[in-house]
Write a protein that binds this ligand. Structure first.
Ligand SMILES: Nc1ncnc2c1ncn2[C@@H]1O[C@H](COP(=O)(O)OP(=O)(O)OP(=O)(O)O)[C@@H](O)[C@H]1O
Ligand SMILES: [Mg+2]
Length: 282
């Protein structure tokens, strides 16, 4: 039986977030998420439960585009080595993701990073579609609000009807905080993710969250969408669901811990009998 979402996300926190290792049930599938803010390598078992993972902040990708190929390859190789050593298993293949809307060349670059890190690239999938492999939404919109981009997948009867994205995300919240408070970007990032500071900062970041909501409203315009499901690290900012929901005109919700939903979903596409969206938008 498929484990429930709460169990999967708690296991993601334990493995990717805190470096714990779980005994895999059956085989192991691997996902690589080259993010603007964080790069993640995670292994899941036959139940789709994460068994080991590693993540590191890096600036090798910007708005879905690999801007430092050598750095990205090195980083993924190190994260792979880390996960492999902890599991005591070789990791020979992986699926990877890209934001919807990037060109075919950018998608190929992601493949070359995975291959350069010593794994066969078994599948390439767009981020919100990957996220939905975990959420299992059949009708509505899944929105990945990461560090650099806001990407949306529109679902109807379990099928992905459309994927779209735009370059606004958590980095923009950080920059606004830095400007408003007259502090460095590093300090702004620290305050933004500190639960003790977030309520006070909501007023500062509200215009950016409004903009994200307007972007989502544009993405779902013309589609029958009754609920928006927010994932990605920026969706962890308390209050985002209400603001995005009000701006896009459809109720928005956030699963318990939205940070690792997309990388987990990517791993489910590695060698699995799932439909793979291997093509980029034109
Ligand atoms: N608890 C939190 N509250 C608010 N923001 C958070 C929290 N945790 C992480 N973030 C922010 O989420 C962003 C990273 O999210 P994520 O890992 O989903 O992005 P990414 O995959 O690196 O970027 P992208 O998908 O845009 O390429 C960063 O901007 C980070 O500051
Ligand atoms: Mg991401």
């Amino acid at each position: 039986m498929r484990p429930d979402l709460e169990t999967v996300l708690a296991a993601a926190d334990a493995t990717i977030g805190r470096g714990e290792v779980r005994e895999p049930r059956g085989g192991v599938r691997v996902g690589v998420d080259l993010g603007t803010a964080y790069t993640v390598v995670v292994a899941v078992d036959d139940d789709g439960l994460p068994v080991a993972g590693a993540t590191r902040p890096a600036e090798v990708v910007r708005d879905g585009v690999v801007v430092d190929f050598v750095g990205a390859r090195q980083l993924v190789a190190e994260l792979r080595e880390d996960v492999s050593a902890r599991l005591g298993l070789p990791l020979e293949s992986a699926a990877a993701c890209f934001p919807p809307g990037v060109g075919a060349g950018e998608v190929q670059a992601v493949r070359y990073v995975v291959e350069g890190a010593g794994m066969a690239c078994s599948a390439l999938v767009d981020e919100p579609t990957a996220a939905n492999a975990v959420l299992g939404i059949t009708d509505g919109a899944v929105v990945d609000v990461g560090g650099g981009t806001t990407g949306t997948a529109i679902l109807r009867d379990g099928q992905v009807l459309a994927t779209l994205d735009e370059p606004t995300g958590g980095t923009h919240l950080t920059l606004v905080i830095a400007g408003a408070c007259g502090i460095s970007v590093d300090e702004a990032e620290r305050r933004k993710t500190d639960p003790a500071e977030q309520e006070r900062l909501l007023g500062v970041v509200r215009p950016v969250l409004d903009k994200i909501g307007t972007i989502v409203g544009g993405h779902i315009n013309g589609h029958r969408v009754e609920a928006v499901h927010l994932v990605g690290g920026t969706s962890a900012f308390p209050g985002i669901a209400e603001i995005v929901g009000a701006a896009c005109g459809v109720p928005a919700r956030v699963p318990g811990n939205p940070l690792f939903v997309t990388p987990l979903g990517v791993a489910l596409f590695d060698g699995a009998a799932l439909p793979v969206t291997a093509k980029a938008s034109p």
